[in-house]
Ligand binder design. Structure first.
Ligand code: GDP
Ligand code: ZN
Length: 459
């Protein structure tokens, strides 16, 4: 599986849009780069040094770009192989030309994720760290970024290793006890030990899953729909919220944005606004696209902000929207509270809980603090700090953890029924293996290929 050739790709650095990096990794990285780099003989430079010079096309001697080139010799490099990174300054064309001349020297175009795959295969990082690299590339908010960073530094791996260690300790104790059958309560002792550990590990996994569901919201943003009939104040709210903090959109060079999604940051909670284009352009989401379509939009929403105009009576559209969203996480704004109240609160109370209603005047900016506070409280109970979001679990992790919980449940049940210890050990070991798959201690090639192919090129 380990490949011995030299790979290259454009590997754009995080947050540095103007600079493009062509990265080479493999045994021929330095000689290949040397053929296209003029300024210094890279064959003679010490490891972890950076050099000024020019990239040229050796066929024509034409200068392609002015560059800084760094040399990192394995094993102290990302892939543990020799790595050369050519930092181009001349824009995307120069980066692409540089890659071309590097490929002309015999480097192979890297597959998506191949650098990270090599780092994994060469033992530099484990799987959950590799996946964190991917999350980092796709991170949408600062907090999601922090969580990926934490994971990259191994916080999930450390947690999983600790759990496996705890399980192993118990297993060792059980083995020891079983080796001394002269004690007559051996079985019982073993059962107790296995049960206690299974319960403890299960509890910790549940905690991890719970934390991670918050992490997921941070990573992907909370799908939020702002709805209401024409003229209630949707655009005004959108404009107000967008003005709070536009910087939340983590701008990672090289990521494609195929859909127009707007992210806003409400007290550290990333909201991903659904169909803002609809609100901004047509103004009348509901009437334009019809109730059926709004139903679909609504279903995708993690949060619905339904705006009513309290200077007017509830009408049919209002009631339709109230019914449509009744099973959803929603906040109801009674907007235009600066005007004479007309809306019948008692009638409204038939359709919604009082504690999801906030009176606002968007034009006078009143009630909007309460809106922000409610969003914060709804999603994080007001207590979640970014430092708490240490773990981002992807679907694979989540599945493995849930399977591990199932196996542990079997262990717990079996100990309660006092089944034979060696039978219980089968489920116990299965749970241990499942956890191991998270960090990649027991994974197959096929899974690896699938995982790494999800990466961006050049990572
Ligand atoms: P939309 O059709 O739901 O997007 O509503 P808009 O945001 O375009 O607002 C419709 C009109 O209502 C505009 O003239 C706004 O200035 C006005 N408006 C929005 N919020 C308030 C408010 O809280 N009080 C008052 N008096 N007018 C508001
Ligand atoms: Zn509007």
């Amino acid at each position: 599986m380990y490949q011995n050739d030299t790979i290259a790709a454009i590997s754009t650095a995080l947050g540095e849009g103007a600079i493009g990096i062509v990265r080479l990794s493999g045994p021929e990285a330095i000689p290949m780069a040397n053929k296209v780099f003029k300024g210094k003989n890279l064959a003679n430079v010490p490891t972890h040094t950076i050099h000024y010079g020019h990239v040229i096309d050796p066929k024509t001697n034409q200068v392609i770009d002015e560059v800084m080139t760094s040399v990192m010799k394995g094993p102290r490099s990302y892939t543990m192989e020799n790595i050369v990174e050519i930092n181009c300054h001349g824009g995307i064309i120069a980066v692409q030309r540089t890659l071309e001349v590097v490929l002309d020297q015999g480097a192979r175009m890297a597959e998506p994720g191949e650098f990270t795959k090599r780092a994994f295969l060469n033992g530099r990082i484990d799987l959950s760290q590799a996946e964190a690299v991917m999350d980092l590339i796709q991170a949408k908010t600062d907090k999601a970024m922090n969580a990926s960073m934490n994971q990259l530094q191994g916080s999930l791996s450390n947690k999983i290793s600790a759990l496996r260690e705890e399980m192993l300790q118990t297993l060792a104790q059980v083995e020891v006890t079983i080796d001394y059958p002269e004690y007559d309560d051996v079985e019982e002792m073993s059962l107790t030990q296995l049960r206690e550990t299974a319960e403890s590990v299960k509890g910790q996994i549940q905690q991890l899953l719970q934390q991670a569901s918050q992490g997921k919201l941070f990573r992907e943003g909370i799908n939020t729909a702002i709805i209401g009939r024409p003229n209630v104040g949707k655009s005004s709210l959108l404009n107000f919220l967008s003005g709070i903090d536009k910087a939340i959109v983590t701008d990672i060079a090289g990521t494609t944005r195929d859909t127009i999604e707007e992210f806003i940051n409400i007290r550290g909670v990333p909201l991903k606004l659904i169909d803002t284009a609809g609100i901004r352009q047509t103004d009348e989401l509901v009437e334009q696209i019809g109730v059926e379509k709004s139903r679909q939009v609504m279903e995708k929403a993690d949060l619905v902000i339904l705006i009513l105009n309290q200077a007017q009576a509830l009408n049919e559209t209002d009631i339709e929207l109230l019914e449509l969203t009744k099973n959803q996480q929603r906040i109801i704004l009674l907007n235009k509270s600066d005007l004479e109240p007309v809306l019948d609160r008692e009638k409204l109370a038939e359709y919604c809980d009082d504690d999801s209603i906030i009176a606002t005047s968007i034009t006078e900016e009143s009630g909007l603090d309460q809106l922000e506070a409610m969003i914060e409280k709804r999603f994080f109970g007001g207590q979640l700090q970014s430092a708490d979001v240490n773990y981002l679990l992807n679907t694979r992790h989540t599945q493995l953890l849930k399977q591990a919980i199932e196996a542990l449940d079997e262990v717990i049940q079996a100990t309660e029924m006092a089944l034979p210890v060696d039978l219980i050990q089968i489920d116990y070991t299965r749970a241990w293996d499942l956890l191991g798959e998270i960090t990649g201690e027991s994974v197959q090639d096929e899974l690896l290929n699938k995982l790494f192919s999800q990466f961006c090129l050049g990572k």
